[in-house]
Each structure stands twice: as C-alpha cells, then as structure tokens.
Design a protein. Structure first.
Length: 104
C-alpha cells in the first residue's frame, strides 16, 4: 500500500508539459498583477507618455516612429489582456468557493 507522500511524488512525475506551463503562467500573472497595479507602474506609464510627447516634435512625429509606438502599444495591450483575464478568473473562482462554503 502506497503512502500519501509516495502518491504525491508519483503524480508530480506524471505532470505533463502543459501543467508546468500553466503553473508558471499563473505565478507570472500573479506577480505581474501585483507589480502593475502599483502607483510606480502608473507613474512609469505617465513618464513614457511624457517622453513620447516631448520627443515627438523633435522627430516631426515621423511615420516609422508612429508605427513603432503603435506596434508596442498593440503588443502590450494584447499581452495585458491575458494577464487581466487570468486575474479575473482567479478572483471569480475565489468568490465562488467562498459562496459555496460559508465557513470560509
């Protein structure tokens, strides 16, 4: 008869690649949400916008500059969508668990 520890070790060995990636993303999303909700992150975003506004006239708001800023904005927005969705799903799961068991 296997002990609980032996069963857990066996399950750990049987984890596939997608489980490892999912867990790594969950940890990354949690740490990113904590970092990006801070006042420092907001101040950094405002600083980037100010730098863009101040340097725009010096390069005459060139077309390649606008393309690169649009591309960067699109990429950041796309990636943030996944982080926001992950955070909302985690919060919703916690609320549902607390509603299901009033002792929590």
């Amino acid at each position: 008869m296997q002990t609980q520890t032996e069963k857990l070790k066996k399950q750990e060995k049987e984890r596939n690649f997608f489980c490892i990636v999912r867990d790594a993303f969950r940890v990354f999303a949690r740490h990113s949400a904590i970092a990006l909700e801070s006042a420092r992150a907001f101040a950094g975003a405002v600083l980037v916008i100010l730098v863009w506004i101040l340097t725009g006239p010096t390069v005459h708001f060139s077309e390649p500059g606008n393309w690169s800023s649009n591309a960067a904005t699109t990429i950041v927005t796309f990636l943030m969508m996944f982080l926001i969705q992950n955070t909302q799903n985690s919060d919703a799961k916690a609320v549902h668990l607390k509603l299901a068991d009033p002792r929590l």
